[in-house]
Design a protein around this ligand. Structure first.
Ligand SMILES: [Zn+2]
Length: 494
């Protein structure tokens, strides 16, 4: 959408078919070539003999520039060449604390944070950091660490191969539909938008696409709402989101598969029969576009403050619930920067307003989807104190974890966020629990446990989707069994 808008603007400043070199210059011609097309430029410049020499120079420059552009894109694609993911299994509190300090000193991107003794710590190490980080570890007496992923770029390259193959395949296939959409690969933002349109076109009896806001860069934020129009009785509501951390591609990919199953597979028709669903497949769309076109491992939003040297805020630290408390960073360059103010991020602010628009205490369950680590986390995240609904949340955590285990034998650990992984503040599900009064608020951390981390091979999308779907089936059954319509009193769970 942004590109189209720019295209129009530049087109209007491009020369028309005037047969002279009026306003002719390299910059203008190059700009028009970029945003209009080369053929028009040739037609325009070639009208007079005087222009031909200039045209040749321009074309030469364009060719040189194109090579430079190709070089640049190759460089971008190889951004993580030589980057490694290291793992420490902290045997003592001392090692745990040392890992945290080393992380701060070297500004490390923790893929798995230092949490507890015996819980693996994963972090990304750039080639120019390898010696320094090793020296730091050794200075603290830490010699027992492993290079868990020797070259992250290899994983990204593998991922791109399947994606490119699939894109060609999908583009060749006429008559795309919800049924024949390729769920076994990752899809860029424009294809997710297309998928949403297909869902609405093919299921007008229950599906609506709702725009609830725009991103920082001006892209639309959409939700799909699934409500049986023939239904007259109030039904429970489950809200599911994905991709607030845009490098966690598996979150959106799994959910597209899950909603396809719920729409098309008779075995899961009950999911749509019994419950109204709200589904936001991409929250951080700007960041997602960046992960496809620039930095595959980008995590934050793409906003910039007037005085900030770094881009982006951690969307899962920006909610107006216990904002700016421990477990979020005031440093704009940190991976967990909480933003200049609560709800400073357009995406987060609009999502909160949309959820609140459904009604306080009206949503029966809210699942915010992340990766990786195979966890089901519930409030609180900002404090180790248990919430008033700890027992009910623990019960559903167990139900979902058991259901997931039955599918492919993957064990999802469940528990309160603060004590199961780490303290974090300004999070989605602390807000949905505390402010929107959604007792059944859960954060899913999908596959895997670190072998591939954020760059999970596409072949795991469907198995992971099947597991997550089993978790949602268990949750739906719980929600339906405990449903009390709003206004007619409250159950312990609603
Ligand atoms: Zn995440």
């Amino acid at each position: 959408m942004m590109l189209l808008r720019r295209k129009k603007d530049h087109h209007s400043s491009c020369p028309s078919s005037e047969p002279a070199c009026v306003n002719f210059n390299v910059a203008n011609t190059f700009r028009c070539w970029l945003f209009y097309d080369l053929r028009s430029v040739i037609a325009w410049t070639g009208k007079t003999k005087d222009c031909k020499l200039k045209m040749e120079r321009v074309i030469f420059l364009l060719i040189v520039t194109s090579f430079l552009a190709v070089g640049h894109s190759v460089q971008k694609e190889a951004k993580y060449e030589g980057h490694q993911v290291w793992r420490i299994d902290p045997p003592t509190e001392y090692v745990l604390r040392a890992a945290k300090m080393i992380g701060e000193i070297h500004h490390l991107d923790f893929w798995k944070d230092p949490v507890a003794i015996g819980r693996p710590i994963d972090f990304l190490v750039a080639p120019d950091q390898i010696d320094k980080v090793r020296q730091s570890l050794e200075s603290y007496g830490i010699t027992d660490y492993t290079v868990f992923i020797p070259n992250v770029q290899n994983l990204i390259d593998e991922e791109m191969k399947t994606t490119k193959y699939s894109k060609n395949k999908v583009m060749r296939s006429a008559g795309r539909s919800v049924a024949n959409f390729d769920y076994s690969v990752y899809h860029p933002a424009e294809e997710v938008y297309e998928w949403m349109d297909m869902v609405v076109d093919e299921h007008p009896e229950m599906a609506d696409k709702v725009q609830f806001g725009i991103t920082y860069e001006g892209r639309p934020l959409y939700a799909l709402e699934f409500k049986k129009r023939a239904s007259i009785n109030p039904r429970p509501i489950i809200f599911v989101d994905a991709l607030i951390h845009c490098r966690e591609w598996i979150t959106t990919a799994s959910l597209l598969f899950i909603f396809k199953e719920m729409l098309r597979n008779p075995a899961y028709a009950h999911m749509m029969e019994d419950v109204d669903w709200y589904f936001v497949p991409m929250i951080n769309v700007d960041g997602y576009v960046e992960t496809w076109n620039g930095d595959r491992l980008w995590r934050k939003t793409r906003s910039t403050g007037p005085s900030s040297v770094c881009v982006g805020t951690d969307g899962n630290r920006n909610w107006d619930a216990f904002w700016s408390m421990p477990g979020a960073s005031p440093n704009p360059c940190s991976y967990t920067y909480h933003g200049p103010s609560p709800f400073s991020e357009s995406e987060v602010r609009h999502l909160a307003a949309y959820a609140m628009g459904i009604g306080e205490g009206v949503i029966d369950a809210f699942i915010s989807t992340h990766s990786y680590s195979q966890l089901i986390l519930y409030p609180y995240h900002h404090t180790a104190e248990p919430s008033a609904d700890d027992a009910a949340l623990n019960a559903t955590g167990k139900l979902m974890s058991d259901a997931i285990f039955e599918v492919h034998g993957k064990r999802y650990v469940y528990g309160p966020g603060a004590t199961t992984i780490y303290i974090s503040s300004g999070t989605t599900t602390d807000w949905t629990y505390e402010v929107a009064k959604v007792v059944q608020s859960h954060t899913y951390e999908l596959r895997d446990t670190g072998t591939y981390g954020f760059v999970l091979p596409a072949e795991q999308i469907i198995p992971n989707g099947q597991e997550y779907l089993a978790g949602l089936v268990a949750l739906k059954q719980y929600v339906v069994a405990n449903f009390v319509p709003s206004g007619s009193g409250s159950s312990p769970q609603n």
